[in-house]
Design a binder for this molecule. Structure first.
Ligand SMILES: Nc1nc2c(ncn2[C@@H]2O[C@H](COP(=O)(O)OP(=O)(O)OP(=O)(O)O)[C@@H](O)[C@H]2O)c(=O)[nH]1
Ligand SMILES: [Mg+2]
Length: 323
């Protein structure tokens, strides 16, 4: 491999601003690895962000999220919008080789200079999924992408949280996604903005549609009623209809300052979530490294010290707080 010129903070920020693919790829790799340079560059670019519209695509493994994104990208590229796609794979330590299937499915778009697609692994990322996703979105936003799709696998808790940074959240289900229905019903999973029931070519698609309808009918208060669209991503069936629902949600948010309000709330939530994640890893490391703190845990287990006294001692020592 030829020796390559490394980016500096200035050249990387400039490259991202110009939408240069090599700069974008580098910036996202740096984000993925929690490199200080990524932090520096996002810090510099942040005031210029807020223009991209972020669409989160979540749902259980294998329902067709990537295929659907590929079809949506094809559809929106008929207009003149530039697009970024980040597929977050929480189980992979790095993107190389990960999501090979995604690469193949989205490969039609690889030659389109207005489309930037990237899979990102986050296992081992110090600030977790949430932080990496946010930083990657900010990079694509600063690069001038009009639309950014964020793909994450999710069937229950937590994963949907990752995607709350998105302006519109689309939950993709397929016939047989019973666990997600249960999670929605139990209130474990937040109600998304739009629901796509993919693989409508499957005979049980109608049954699934009825189940989803009945769960949603429980909510009678929300100003926005999540529309449900049956799709067949692999043939592009009903993809324009799905896109129209996403646009409707966007228009709804555009009214009465809802978008600004939601973004303010999401950003504050994100700061809090990332700070909490970091505090947790700091705490775990501190306890692992400090024999005295580990002894407190032993004492609790041996019923020599009560749990809250141990908490108090740990908080005092690790975070210098307590009373
Ligand atoms: N029959 C049918 N198959 C589909 C449809 N959409 C996608 N598939 C297939 O379903 C499989 C999974 O599709 P993906 O797009 O990789 O699903 P995904 O949700 O991104 O999967 P993960 O990222 O691994 O969670 C692939 O074999 C697709 O070709 C559809 O509408 N109908
Ligand atoms: Mg996928």
């Amino acid at each position: 491999m030829a020796a390559r010129r490394e980016f500096t903070r200035e050249s990387l920020a400039a490259g991202v601003r110009a939408g240069d693919r090599r700069a974008l790829a580098r910036a996202i790799t740096l984000v993925e690895n929690s490199e200080p340079l990524a932090y520096e560059v996002v810090k510099e670019l942040y005031p210029e962000t807020g223009h991209a519209y972020a669409v989160g695509i979540t749902g259980p493994p294998g329902v067709g999220k990537s295929t659907l994104i590929g079809a949506l990208v094809r559809h929106v590229r008929e207009g003149d919008r530039s697009v970024g796609v980040i597929s977050v794979d929480p189980s992979s330590p790095f993107s190389k080789g990960a999501l090979l299937g995604d690469r193949i499915r989205l490969s039609d778009h690889f030659l389109d200079p207005e489309v930037f697609i990237r899979s990102m692994g986050t296992r081992g990322h110090q600030g977790g999924l949430s932080e990496a996703t946010l930083q990657a979105l900010l990079v694509l936003d600063a690069a001038g992408k009009d639309l950014v799709f964020l793909e994450t696998v999710g069937a229950g808790q937590g994963e949907v949280e990752v995607i709350t940074i998105a302006d519109t959240v689309v939950l993709v289900l397929m016939p047989g996604s019973g666990d997600s229905i249960q999670a929605l019903k139990a209130g474990i999973m937040e109600i998304p903005d739009v629901i796509a029931i993919n693989k409508m070519d499957h005979p049980a698609a109608k049954t699934m549609l009825n189940e989803v309808r009945s769960v949603l009918s429980l909510d009678k208060e929300s100003a926005w009623r999540p529309p449900i669209v049956l799709t067949e991503a692999s043939r592009g069936e009903n993809v324009p209809e799905l896109w129209a629902k996403i646009e409707e949600h966007r228009a709804f948010l555009g009214e009465e300052g809802r978008l600004e309000e939601q973004r303010r709330r999401n950003l504050a939530g994100e700061v809090f979530a990332v700070a909490s994640a970091r505090a947790k890893s700091h705490l775990e490391e501190a306890v692992a490294e400090d024999p005295e703190l580990r002894r407190l845990l032993d004492e609790v287990q041996q019923r020599q010290l009560d749990p809250l006294s141990a908490v108090r001692e740990i908080m005092r020592k690790v975070f210098k707080v307590g009373g």
